[in-house]
Design a protein around this ligand. Structure first.
Ligand code: 6PG
Length: 250
């Protein structure tokens, strides 16, 4: 494990090894909390192998499903059964087979106005506050045990895009994003940086040579959403060999 600017970077061989390492982190965080556990999932293609592992033995039987709650850090503003819907991917891959329905917390996207993500954002903010039991986040009492993240080719993370004033949002927990910077070009709903940060651990999964250029910029500290996304606890980057920047190679 290498450390750089309070960020832990763990290099793994390939996407399969990355999924195993991420599954170990999920189990570790669950084991550290004997009570109600909250895990915030992510969209994109990077976490799919992890989701498959979590729904398959031996991992599946290591998870105390009754006391683990599953949230999502951002959502595409499409119906819950649309193939682009992030929570749909997680549900189909493992949640629907393993988790009690009341422990699955999707971001609502079927609001009255199909062009306005703000209402869904406000509803999800209400759900998070009810779960947390307070209207203000206290870093000493993390909202999430684990927050999974990915990074896009432009340095976005969750649905926080470069240059968007929403990156500076400190009051709202969840916001509507009317314009996406990358495909799919649908509105989004995303947790804000302070909400994502309120966790014991933030875990990025990054794989593939097409991610190496953006990762080089993120690790150099350029002002990008993925650079600014930090946990108030631990922030870990799992990076496969193909994505690992030159100066991080042994
Ligand atoms: C989304 C995501 C997004 C994703 C990155 C990385 O809804 O698209 O949550 O932030 O994590 O774009 O995506 P890949 O894993 O597909 O590279």
């Amino acid at each position: 494990m290498m450390s750089n600017d309070n960020r832990h970077v763990t290099s793994v061989a390939d996407p399969a090894a990355m999924a195993e390492a991420a599954a170990e982190r999920v189990i570790a965080r669950i084991s550290e909390n004997p009570g109600r556990v909250a895990i915030c999932l992510t969209g994109g293609s990077s976490p799919k192998q992890l989701y498959q592992l979590l729904g398959t033995d031996p991992w599946r039987s290591r998870i105390p499903w009754q006391r683990v709650h599953w949230f999502i850090g951002d959502e595409r503003f499409v119906p819950a059964d649309d193939p682009l819907n992030n929570m749909r991917v997680a549900r189909k891959t493992f949640l629907d087979r393993c988790a009690p329905a009341s422990n699955i917390h999707p971001i609502p996207t079927s609001t009255a106005d199909p062009t306005d993500p703000d209402r869904g954002a406000a509803l999800y903010e209400g759900e998070l506050k009810a779960f947390y039991g307070a209207d203000d986040l206290d870093p000493g009492r993390p909202l999430f045990d684990l927050v999974l993240m990915g990074v896009g080719p432009d340095g976005h993370t969750a649905s926080l895009f470069p240059g968007d004033p929403l990156l500076d949002e400190v009051r709202r927990w969840v916001v509507g994003v009317h314009k996406a910077n990358v495909e799919p070009f649908v509105p989004r709903i995303t947790l804000t940086l302070p909400t994502l940060a309120c966790c014991r651990e933030m875990l990025f999964e990054v794989a593939g040579s097409d991610k190496r250029a953006i990762l080089t910029r993120v690790f150099a500290g350029e002002n990008l959403p993925a650079t600014r996304a930090r946990s108030s606890g631990e922030t870990i980057w799992l990076v496969d060999q193909a994505a690992l920047p030159e100066n991080f190679r042994a």
